[in-house]
Ligand binder design. Sequence first.
Ligand code: NDP
Length: 334
Amino acid sequence: FREIRLASRPSGWPTEDDFEMADAGPPDVRDGQVLVRNLFMSVDPYMRGRMNEGESYVPPFELGKALEGGAVGEVVDSRVAALAPGDLVLHRYGWREHAVLDAGQARRIDRLRGIPLSAYLGVLGMPGLTAYAGLLDIASFKEGDAVFVSGAAGAVGSLVGQIARLKGASRVVGSAGSDEKVAYLIEELGFDDAFNYKKGRVHDLLARAAPDGIDVYFDNVGGDHLEAAIGALRTYGRVAMCGAISVYNAPEPPPGPRNLFLAVGRRLTLRGFIAGDHAGRMGDMLAEVAPWLAEGRITFQETVVDGLENAPRAFIDMLGGANVGKMIVRLAAD
Ligand code: NDP
């Protein structure tokens, strides 16, 4: 069975040469394990950090070993009482066509009518939890807040904006990297305003989109976006520091926000978080978001790439902004 391994640690932008397709040989399924045929796998920005040497909040990927990441698959062989062939499971062993999992590594999922299974890698999964916990718990969103989210047309950002709108934000503003994405935010996701950050200084574009300032900034991007948001935050403003994708491929650490001192006078809170620490909120997220999805009050989009061999390209393209909504790799028909 085929899998994709890390061939070399990228320096700066990853290239397809940093990955290699390999044959993992026949699976060895033991008592207490299941064999899963993967149907969809996720490519996520955090994987870029795991390709570097050195410890972060997750261990680095190992050279010459298969990469890992969220995946949805179908059980095809089971030595576990609780799982049977045909069951659908969510797990962390993507980047391979088949995965051998211990029972505790697979979470059974339901097929929801009208919603693709891949949604468990997006709105019903880790990105959904990230948006929900980041906005409500980390940024302490409350009704009437004006919210700015960067990376707004992506998996996490598109949900942050919609949840804020549904929970009574006074204004929801987003930034994204193309005019098409900006139109998507305003016309389909109901953002009050949005801008293409490639078309000017973020500081100026944000001032135009949120002339009265903001109470919450959900940061997916870092860099000049963070500096601009600090400048726009009102007293007691809050920042959920979710990611900093503008710097993940930077060869040198970028300069910090030059206006950080504003945090003092404006009594700002800047708080980082990791979604995995908030797994206890998954049930709350699903209880609120699944009905919104069913009622059509939240929508989501996916950019789907076919074939395991195209997963490295999908990952690189996602870092470059080729995706609208969640970037998904389809490994087999479900
Ligand atoms: P997205 O679906 O948003 O995909 C990444 C997007 O980043 C691209 O589509 C691109 O969109 C944008 N981007 C790339 N380079 C830049 C740049 N230089 N400046 C601005 N935008 C850029 O990914 P996710 O929704 O999965 O993740 C969004 C962020 O959330 C990431 O920073 C990620 O690391 C973080 N995250 C953090 C988690 C946590 O636990 N803290 C969990 C999950 C995600 P565009 O065309 O708009 O440039």
